[in-house]
Design a protein around this ligand. Sequence first.
Ligand SMILES: Nc1nc2c(ncn2[C@@H]2O[C@H](COP(=O)(O)OP(=O)(O)OP(=O)(O)O)[C@@H](O)[C@H]2O)c(=O)[nH]1
Ligand SMILES: [Mg+2]
Length: 507
Amino acid sequence: MRLTDRLRHAVLRWNRLGMALVLALPVLVSSVLGFLWLYDHGWLLWFALASVGLYAAVRGGVLLARWRTRSAQTPRELQGPKPDPEWSAAETAAFERARARISARLQAPIPWADLPGEALVVVEGIAADLSEGKRSALDFTVPEALLLIDRVALQYRAFLLQNVPLSDRLSVRTMHWAWRKQDTALAAWETGFLAWRGVRLLINPAIGLLREAERALASGLQDRLTERFRTDAQAILLEEAAQAAIDLYSGRLRTSDAELAHIAATADMRDQALAPAEDQPLRIVVVGQTSAGKSTLINALLGHEAAEADAVPVTGSEVAYDWSLDGIACRLVDTPGIEGAAKTTRRIAKQMSQADLVIWAHRATRPGRAPDVALAEQFAQVMADAPQRRVPPVLHVANGVDQLLADWPRPENRLTAADHARVDAALQSIGASMRAPQVLPTRAEPPDWNIDALRDAIAAALPEARRCQRNRHRIEAARTPGVSANARRAGRGAKSAAKALWGRLRR
Ligand SMILES: Nc1nc2c(ncn2[C@@H]2O[C@H](COP(=O)(O)OP(=O)(O)OP(=O)(O)O)[C@@H](O)[C@H]2O)c(=O)[nH]1
Ligand SMILES: [Mg+2]
């Protein structure tokens, strides 16, 4: 550089410095004068103390606000999958435990590369939880594993589309590039953002300055928000894995819905049991002591005399009657009365475990409930042995209330206050021994009484009965195919191989 250029630069620099000094001089002079004035009046110490106090108060306020945002348990921004209403109580509890484990693990975001490992830990937890430690995470077949991956991917896709802006526009190529070149991508983004801030300042300095100040204030919070979003997104992916794992271990993933529909279309007798559960009538099993009025109750519900009823014990084996309630196909199953024999109790408990809804008839005039209590215990045992099963709803009925009251029938089928007191005592006694919150009084013998209320109670319980049926069908369908089914599968394989070979030979 030539000497004249250097001189010109120096002069220009000194020129600018001089201009700045000229601008700053009045401020400097007035603040020095201000200090002198304060000193003269003896206020300088107070001024210094007040300044320090003000600084401490502002700094303390900022620190307190930061500490609050850090320590406050901010609620989840994004909602993850909910427990499936079709799950049994044990499955729902396993899901909640998995969710608690996930949220304990994700106090802060983890590297994305660690997520598959974390998902395996979640699946392992569910496997151990649902099988009481008997199964491990990888204890399933290849088609099941493929369905698991398919499920998680599909659910997560829905989540991305809903919550991540532009996720439907970004191509995998772009994402892959950005992922591999994280440093370059980040630098490009930061440079672009910086340039934009500069342009904004130039175009509209007032707004630009305001935005800058806003950014400086909120940057701490913003970092936390993005952090929150990332932990939420990671937690949701792990929760999706937990949900799919529960379906996997309960056997629901053994057959996909498409496969179920396909199987239903084929004529195979065994596979037809896997047809969509909605097509099957709901199984309503009526149980109770001998002569409680089970068969008479079924006749009252049907509206005609189909089941044989008598004062002497009649129903010797299970009989099913087709029935329709509000257009929903049902099957009312009459059962032999329990009288205390262990064999009958076991038989009826098994029937109840295969029911979608149970109607438990009690004779209102009969105080002895030992056979009912024994059946309830047996039933609880059968259901506890299959923790993945949903327990079918049970409606308790106090039948024959007319016999508790003198001069039956009442005008317009209305009970007096004295009648109510007698009936309530019987209902409470049944409710207490059966631990049932509600017992419905009826007279099944024609002219019947309160059967409409029973019909309403059944209708209200049908949605739960349907869930129960789906659960039962899924679990039945999920049982490992027996030797004969596998032999059939092998036969089908051999047949198609022979066909292919024959086709080649002919060519
Ligand atoms: N008064 C009165 N009699 C009833 C009522 N319900 C049933 N009965 C009579 O009680 C007797 C027994 O009724 P069933 O319906 O056969 O009883 P069940 O529970 O099916 O008996 P089993 O099949 O033998 O276990 C029959 O004579 C019925 O007519 C009722 O609400 N009031
Ligand atoms: Mg009967």
